[in-house]
Design a protein around this ligand. Structure first.
Ligand code: C2E
Ligand code: CA
Ligand code: CA
Ligand code: CA
Length: 278
């Protein structure tokens, strides 16, 4: 079993020629890993710039592989999406994140939102709304603290999307457009759907100090969101300069390594307990 790790690792390397067998192998491994409970959810804090408080988290899945260690989502989410295995995986993440949120509330921590990424595969399942309703019921999660992150790369039928997103809003859930600015139909979405928040993509935030175009784009997105009455959060904030720029443009919420990396639940809990002095 000495070389086991090495051989397995190849399975996760992006391979442009990757044939059906490799894909099938990975799909089966993901399926098995779900049964064996090998996935873990990390939580990256979202910060109110003015107060420095943690106001929410984004749930980000990792695969805690018994021999390979912690595998980042970039290594398995694309194939999970391609094969459809993202549907049960995404449901598991949602349920886990809701349960965790409820546990933290019961421990007396201040209410905090949790944002969960929704894949287009989940979105196009006819029973999405029922599934989410059931998860809310089972976990006793207060829907106003749940946010679903959707990307506009989701190829969806607009009429269906309006209906589904409308139903989710009726449940009291919040909606966020992730990776805002990277697609082409953003503004159309904002008009059609009642979006609560948009997340400015990391690729713009990364270069705001060096590329004046990116700085202008970010400033414009923040101003536009404000006018539309939509919250704006910037992701991928790594430096004080970036933070100061965002603050100067009246962006109120950020997420990024400058404050925190995604953290295991126990680690975030310690942090929250410490700041709440429970
Ligand atoms: P995303 O939804 O855009 O998530 C943000 C990613 O940016 C996370 O990567 C996070 O760790 C990273 N990040 C946050 N702040 C910084 C920063 O300051 N600098 C840098 N360099 N990176 C930062 P992660 O956790 O590796 O996730 C990658 C992607 O995998 C996510 O991008 C999302 O598209 C997907 N993903 C993760 N979890 C799930 C899930 O449960 N369901 C679905 N459908 N997709 C997921
Ligand atoms: Ca996201
Ligand atoms: Ca994002
Ligand atoms: Ca992204």
């Amino acid at each position: 079993m000495k070389d086991d790790g090495k051989n397995n690792y190849n399975v996760f390397k992006p391979n442009p020629n990757s044939g059906g067998i490799e894909r099938l192998t990975l799909e089966n491994s993901i399926r098995k890993a779900l049964q064996l409970n090998e996935f873990v959810v990390y939580y990256q804090p979202q910060i109110d710039i003015m107060t420095g408080d943690i106001i929410g988290t984004e749930a980000l899945v990792r695969w805690n592989h018994p021999t390979l260690g912690l595998i980042p989502p970039a290594k398995f989410i694309p194939i999970a999406e391609e094969t459809g295995i993202i549907v049960p995986l995404g449901e598991w993440v949602l349920k886990t994140a809701c349960l965790q949120n409820q546990v933290w509330r019961e421990k007396g921590l201040a209410p905090m939102s949790v944002s969960v990424n929704l894949s287009s595969r989940q979105f196009s399942k006819h029973d999405l709304v029922e599934t989410i309703e059931e998860i809310l019921r089972e976990t006793r999660m207060d829907p106003q603290y749940l946010e679903l992150e959707i990307t506009e790369s989701m190829t969806m039928n607009v009429d269906v999307a309006i209906e589904v997103l409308g139903k989710l809003k009726e449940l009291g859930i919040h909606l966020c457009i992730d990776d805002f600015g990277t697609g082409y139909s953003n503004l159309y979405y904002l008009k059609l759907f009642s979006i609560d928040r948009l997340k400015i993509d990391r690729s713009f935030v990364r270069d705001i100090m060096t590329d004046s175009n990116d700085a202008d784009i970010v400033a414009t997105i923040i101003a536009m969101a404000y006018k539309l009455g939509i919250d704006a959060i910037a992701e991928g904030v790594e430096t004080k300069d970036q933070l100061d720029f965002l603050r100067s443009q009246n962006c109120h919420e950020v997420q990024g390594f400058y404050y925190h990396q995604p953290l295991p639940a126990e680690q975030l809990e310690q942090l929250l307990m410490k700041s709440a002095e429970i």
